[in-house]
Design a protein around this ligand. Sequence first.
Ligand SMILES: NC(=O)C1=CN([C@@H]2O[C@H](COP(=O)(O)OP(=O)(O)OC[C@H]3O[C@@H](n4cnc5c(N)ncnc54)[C@H](OP(=O)(O)O)[C@@H]3O)[C@@H](O)[C@H]2O)C=CC1
Ligand SMILES: CCCCCCCCCCCCCCCC(=O)[C@@H](N)CO
Length: 331
Amino acid sequence: MADAYFSFLTLFIILPLALLTFLYFILRPRPVRIPIKNRHVFITGGSSGIGLALAHRAASEGSRVSILARSPNKLEEARNAVKLATGVEVAVFEADVRDYDAVKRAVDEAGPIDVLVLNHGVFTALELEKMELSEVKFTMDVNVMGCFNMIKASLPAMKNRKDPLPASIAFVSSQAGQVGIYGYVAYSASKFALRGLAEALQHEVIADNIHVSLIFPPDTDTPGLVEENKRRPELTKIISASSSAMKAEEVAQKAFEGIKSGSFIIPCNLEGLALSIATAGLSPQRSFLMAFAEVVAAGIMRIVALCFQWTWYDSIEKWHSQRKGKLTRSS
Ligand SMILES: NC(=O)C1=CN([C@@H]2O[C@H](COP(=O)(O)OP(=O)(O)OC[C@H]3O[C@@H](n4cnc5c(N)ncnc54)[C@H](OP(=O)(O)O)[C@@H]3O)[C@@H](O)[C@H]2O)C=CC1
Ligand SMILES: CCCCCCCCCCCCCCCC(=O)[C@@H](N)CO
């Protein structure tokens, strides 16, 4: 009886407490709070969808906000919308993130950035077979090189900023940047690339008190998604539906909560939380509670992940056999 009592005590109290204590002391980088009030928040792709929602949110939290995108009309509309809703005057910059010189001019004019949100992005869901290589290159150029251009242009002034407060570089990735999905060969490649970039960059900028975040939204109701849905493959829709869709405002709220708490990985919904635990890998983790969940749930989450693959491959198989059926009937 006493033995059982001690086993129980060890397994459910002493071991977890020891693990929690261990994680609390070893976690690096240490936890940080990044204020955004009265600070300069620069948002790429801030004229539409998630970026526009981020601009609204930052403005309403008292940040000085700059947005950058290509279309001057959409920028103007965004500026008016934020002004109407919050009374804040947003600075707008017209540039293509693929054009380093244009990006550099915009960033220099905007002044030193405290929180850089790299949200711009293009997406077409299409099988590689039906995609031109030029479309693949376009996706990589905007989503990946666009981030490099922005970071190269902004980092020197960010490092030289006068205030001692922590600064942030946040990437808007996608859940398709945590797991590869049918129809997202180019897009997933571009979003996975951001993870490697972010992990390596965090090593390089930690000494400057700059903290990197990766935001992983599911399908989000935006003009970009409306466009994507027009020719999204059936299987992409079926598999993406494993994660529930969100509104841009909800994603923006999660994003800033995560940025302000210096989280490296920022999931947006419950499925995203599971996905983040399942794909924790070697990413930094500042929260000892999240680290604890990652360690304890690792084995179970691998089983859950394999179950998802089971259902996804099942959908793919069914879809192919249905199509074959149709082909033989019509011939
Ligand atoms: N909506 C969704 O379902 C999801 C979206 N995401 C990601 O969130 C981000 C925003 O997506 P969402 O709001 O849906 O997209 P939208 O298409 O609604 O908005 C995209 C924004 O990026 C700007 N942009 C696009 N290309 C460039 C460029 N070459 N240079 C500068 N700015 C550019 C657009 O302005 P302009 O065209 O005028 O340049 C616009 O402001 C993307 O990175 C996307 O991958 C992640 C998960 C889900
Ligand atoms: C182990 C636990 C697993 C938990 C569930 C996993 C669910 C994965 C669903 C992925 C959805 C991807 C949507 C991409 C949206 C996007 O980026 C586009 N709309 C823009 O192109």
